[in-house]
Write a protein that binds this ligand. Structure first.
Ligand code: KG4
Ligand code: ZN
Length: 342
């Protein structure tokens, strides 16, 4: 019931996260969280190396959990439940968080819930803006996922409406950053460089927006190839690549398709609230264009602050809060593709 304190543990990719939330009638309240990242160790490979990520989780886990307790002022004895990401994600990475969560749950004699990472990204928004109206439409855009989800219940009622047929939006950012020699993760770097570029300089393709194309699915691999061809063309003639303009024009193409399809789905389905979540939701242009386009059709837009958009433990604790509120039975999590998806 209200007042219950939940620990959330995240380890699906390259961020080790621990967060503490308290259940209130208005939704989960963030008490504090801590993150450790192995992103530096993956930088020279241009993407996450699973084995490196798993080892880094193992090194960081206990310290990260301990620091989350210190930051939030909560004592382990005050915990009422633990939630841990059980999928989707890298198996070896997930395993570290699940094993740690099982050990804590056994030691502290509290129930344990395996929760869905994607639900976590959406639940992050409830830490900042309170409970979601039912239904809500979520655009989840991260390094591994690009999905339009109808959210009837964060504790299990999630239906996929559209998804990427190839690269995820964040993956496209990372690949384009790599081909421009900008480093990893590419999203924040491109976001920053795009600020001084011209978004209309190059007209890059908008995937799956033809009249015969799927209304709600996405494709970013053609866009990535188009950027690669453009850059190669300039390099072949010995010219200088206008990096800021390429970043701004690429970013415009991504934000354009993501927001157009999201607003279309909200309108088609008669859903009045849109949540944008996941690492790419930190993107400045996506946030701005989504605000304009949602306002134009009278749809309420919610986006968590950038610090809660990327992977973290607080968002997993937030799903835990919804699961506990729904009266779910504790599970002994095993690794699954999409736990708690309808
Ligand atoms: O949600 P997240 O932290 O991890 C996954 O579950 O994948 O998302 C990471 C992704 C990376 O691809 C990163 O490049 C992208 O989010 N990203 C951004 C920005 N910040 C992070 N993409 C565009 N603009 C940003 N500001
Ligand atoms: Zn994520």
């Amino acid at each position: 019931g209200p007042g219950a304190v939940i620990l959330g543990i995240e380890s699906s990719c390259d961020e080790t996260g621990a967060g503490l939330v308290r259940l209130t009638d208005g939704g989960p309240e963030l008490l504090g969280h801590e993150l450790a990242s192995s992103s530096d160790q993956h930088a020279r490979f241009g993407g996450v190396v699973p084995e490196i990520a798993s080892r880094a989780h193992l090194e960081a886990m206990t310290h990260t959990v301990r620091t989350a307790f210190v930051k939030s002022g909560v004592k382990p004895g005050e915990i009422d439940a633990i939630a841990v990401t059980s999928g989707p994600g890298l198996a070896g990475a997930l395993l570290v968080g699940v094993a740690a969560a099982k050990a804590y749950a056994a030691a502290w004699e509290v129930p344990l819930f395996g929760v869905n990472h994607l639900a976590g990204h959406v639940a992050a928004d409830t830490l900042e803006h309170g409970l979601l109206p039912k239904p809500a439409l979520a655009l989840l855009v991260s390094g591994g996922h690009t999905q339009l989800l109808r959210i009837d219940d964060l504790a299990g009622g999630i239906t996929e409406i559209g998804t990427t047929v190839d690269d995820a939006a964040g993956e496209a950012y990372d690949k384009v950053a790599r081909l421009l020699g900008l480093g990893y993760p590419g999203g924040p770097i491109i976001d920053q460089l795009a600020a001084t570029g011209d978004p209309t300089a190059i007209r890059f393709p908008r995937g799956l927006t033809g009249p015969q194309d799927s209304r709600y699915d996405f494709s970013f691999s053609g866009l990535k190839t188009s950027v690669a061809r453009f850059v190669e063309g300039i390099e072949r003639t010995g010219g200088t690549v206008p990096v800021e303009d390429v970043c701004a024009s690429f970013q415009e193409a991504v934000a354009d398709v993501l927001t157009a399809k999201t607003v279309r789905a909200a309108t088609d389905l008669g859903i009045g609230t849109v949540v944008i979540a996941g690492g790419v939701a930190a993107n400045g242009r996506l946030r701005g264009l989504a605000a304009d386009r949602c306002a134009a059709v009278g749809v309420h837009l919610r986006i968590p602050r950038p610090g809660l958009c990327t992977d973290n433990g607080a968002m997993i604790a937030a799903v835990g809060a919804h699961v506990v509120t729904a009266g779910a039975r504790p599970s002994s999590p095993f690794l699954t593709g999409n736990p708690a998806m309808s």
